[in-house]
Write a protein that binds this ligand. Structure first.
Ligand code: 2AM
Length: 186
């Protein structure tokens, strides 16, 4: 476990938090380029490469010592590292989101989400009822989803997961990685 930022003051003010997988900058840039290409003719708001991520569990606004409880819960995850192949592009039409993800949910990603959810429940977290849809949003405010190709598959070696704070700023969300937990070696 490594700490990227000062999480010592986590109990002081409410924070908008989520657990996620965070790609290396090279992969984030590739995905951003893919999205920009597909949306070249469409009206949309692309997501900046530094904001590209895959959400595991969205915690919402978290107060006080629950932050510490969530951090402790993360240490209980024992899922091994895995490869995530991003080979599917789609739009959530109603939400106006273009995203990429795996065409088939890897068993180890599902195991990671389930383990995390189970541990977070002890802190009062209510996991989403609907099935988990692994997706990396590439653009928002997509008015008309273009015809999307089968993407060049991008292989992501997933070796850690992170706790992120979302700062809602006038220019859009800014994400700050607060802490990282390694997945165990396979
Ligand atoms: P999205 O990419 O599909 O919008 C930070 O807001 C991250 O948490 C985003 O990746 C967002 O998914 C995800 N998320 C999941 N549930 C959310 C919710 N109820 N409100 C805001 N973001 C949510």
């Amino acid at each position: 476990m490594t700490t990227d930022a000062n999480v010592a003051d986590a109990s002081v003010h409410p924070r908008r938090l989520f657990f996620a997988l965070w790609p290396a900058p090279v992969l984030a840039e590739e995905l951003t380029r893919d999205g920009a290409q597909w949306l070249a003719q469409a009206h949309a708001r692309p997501i900046r490469p530094e904001n590209i991520h895959l959400t595991l569990a969205f915690l919402g606004v978290v107060h006080g010592e629950r932050v510490e409880c969530f951090r402790q819960a993360a240490t209980q995850v024992t899922t091994p590292a895995f490869t995530l192949v991003l080979d599917h592009a789609e739009c959530f039409r109603r939400a106006g989101i273009l995203w990429v993800g795996p065409s088939a949910l890897p068993a180890l990603l599902l195991a990671l989400v389930q383990q995390l959810n189970a541990a977070l429940r002890a802190c009062g977290y209510q996991p989403e009822r609907r099935d988990y849809r692994a997706h990396i949003s590439l653009a928002r405010q997509v008015r008309r989803c273009p015809r999307l190709p089968v993407p060049v598959p991008r292989a992501w070696e997933v070796r850690e997961f992170v706790l992120v704070e979302s700062h809602l700023e006038p220019g859009g969300a800014r994400y700050e990685i607060l802490e990282r937990w390694p997945l165990t070696a396979q």
